[in-house]
Design a protein around this ligand. Structure first.
Ligand SMILES: NC(=O)c1ccc[n+]([C@@H]2O[C@H](COP(=O)([O-])OP(=O)(O)OC[C@H]3O[C@@H](n4cnc5c(N)ncnc54)[C@H](O)[C@@H]3O)[C@@H](O)[C@H]2O)c1
Length: 417
């Protein structure tokens, strides 16, 4: 394929990270960016890193007119308004071949359904960016264990956790803007990763049918008075009034529609992981075989003593959400690649160039949103949710969790034991 021209909408944390991933990709240029803040800096950085002759555009319409595809890297609360503008641009003749959207597709099932509708109205291929499914470690374990899967049967239990010490911007912490707390923000990765790993080789990503969800949400650290104050001072969000969960865990049961076998995915996410920085951990067990992954077990460690600590510029260049700048530090030499950002770009742009959806499309993103919202509902109701029940599916369509409504105190404070 010739050089594929990509544009970013949003120039914050993830746009910068994704731009780093593009440094390792051939055939895709970042040619434009539009954002409320940070676009000039991102464009300059893209140009100086050889990622493309990136220009700043004043509007989504202008950006769409100069790209083969655009990626929505803006906050969750701006998704619909942004994708509506992309649709307008397409209707006005913008030559797009596809549209990418970061996780989560929606803050509610209704929002994710609206995104899918808008995607259909654009009549364009879509990509839902769930990076963990594209991690090279996941691809490699699947390839390595393919003979075992074939002879012994697929994985039966997958466990995935994503944890760090808390997000970098106030809107993530505000459940009415973000869509909830850590479950909406990070358990979407874990649920998708479990579903994918459990899927028998060669079957589509939505082959296994989710049949039930059980979950628990809790506010373990950031609801304590001293941490609430820290959050209010630093991020302007008051967890005394509008709390969100900083810990979520649960189980999703999936059914193999061909043989009825039930398999389970166990997810855990937290914003109270006060260790070195972001940790992704996953493992899965098949009959007679297994894999295990821990993103903090790095091939590189450095040591910075107290006397030398003043010289540390930015610990986050070493590790996402880094919490320390001295002592023995874990370094990830190529985080963007480790987390799957490189491969998700390649997958999406190659698919769009061929006129197809990416491996994960927006319809898939909607299913992941449904599972996350089902987890909130299960935690609120204090029981396992039967996803095969038509009434539960109907309830999910109009559901906004108490936490996302700003009424998290009703479930997170003085919660039943
Ligand atoms: N895959 C991952 O691991 C991962 C990691 C971080 C964030 N994300 C997702 O990426 C998205 C963005 O997160 P972030 O951390 O970059 O946020 P951020 O707040 O750091 O940056 C948001 C950017 O979007 C811009 N923006 C806001 N409203 C806009 C609008 N209406 N039009 C155009 N630009 C607008 C802002 O000016 C800023 O440049 C979120 O949906 C988040 O869930 C994914």
């Amino acid at each position: 394929m010739g050089t594929f021209k990509l544009g970013y909408i949003g120039a914050g944390f993830i746009a910068k990270f994704q731009m780093k991933a593009l440094q390792s990709v051939r055939g895709i240029d970042l040619v434009g960016v539009t954002a409320l803040k940070g676009a000039e800096e991102l464009a300059a950085s893209a140009r100086s890193n050889g990622v493309g002759d990136c220009k700043v555009y004043p509007s989504i319409l202008e950006l769409c007119n100069h790209c083969d595809a655009v990626a929505v890297f803006a906050p969750n609360f701006a998704r619909i308004e942004i994708v509506e503008q992309i649709l307008e641009a397409v209707k006005a003749g913008a030559p797009l071949k596809g549209v990418i959207c970061e996780k989560p597709l929606g803050r509610t099932v209704a929002e994710a359904k609206r995104l899918v509708e808008l995607g259909k109205a654009m009549k364009l291929p879509t990509a839902y960016f769930e990076n963990q499914i594209h991690m090279k470690a996941i691809t490699a374990q699947l390839a390595q264990l393919a003979p075992q899967q074939r002879s012994m049967g697929p994985f039966m239990l997958a466990r995935a956790a994503e944890e760090h010490a808390g997000p970098h911007e106030g809107w993530f912490w505000d459940p009415t803007k973000q869509g909830g707390g850590v479950l909406c923000d990070m358990a979407c990765h874990c649920i998708a990763a479990c579903w994918y790993v459990l899927t028998p080789l060669g079957k589509p990503v939505d082959f296994l049918q989710p049949v039930s969800v059980t979950a628990d949400t809790a506010l373990l650290k950031w609801g304590q008075p001293q941490w609430r104050k820290r959050l209010l001072d630093k991020m302007g969000v008051d967890y005394g009034k509008v709390p969100a969960e900083d810990f979520a865990t649960g189980l999703v049961t999936f059914r193999n529609p061909e043989n009825g076998q039930l398999v389970r995915g166990q997810f855990t996410s937290s914003w109270m992981y006060d260790k070195q920085g972001l940790r992704l951990s996953m493992d899965a067990l098949g009959p007679g075989y297994a894999f295990e992954l821990n993103s903090l077990q790095t091939p590189l460690q450095i040591f910075i003593g107290d006397e030398a600590a003043d010289a540390v510029a930015d610990a986050e260049t070493a590790l996402e959400k880094s919490t320390a700048s001295r002592g023995l530090l874990a370094i990830e030499p190529n985080e963007a690649d480790l987390y799957g950002y490189t491969d998700e770009h390649i997958d999406a742009c190659r698919a769009f160039a061929a006129g197809k959806d990416a491996k994960l499309n927006w319809a898939y993103g909607l299913e992941v949103t449904k599972l996350c919202q089902a987890a909130y509902m299960a935690a609120e109701r204090g029981k396992t949710l039967d996803l095969t029940c038509p009434q539960v599916q109907k309830d999910l369509d109009g559901y906004v969790s108490l936490i996302a409504q700003g009424r998290g105190g009703e479930i997170l404070f003085g919660k039943r034991l």
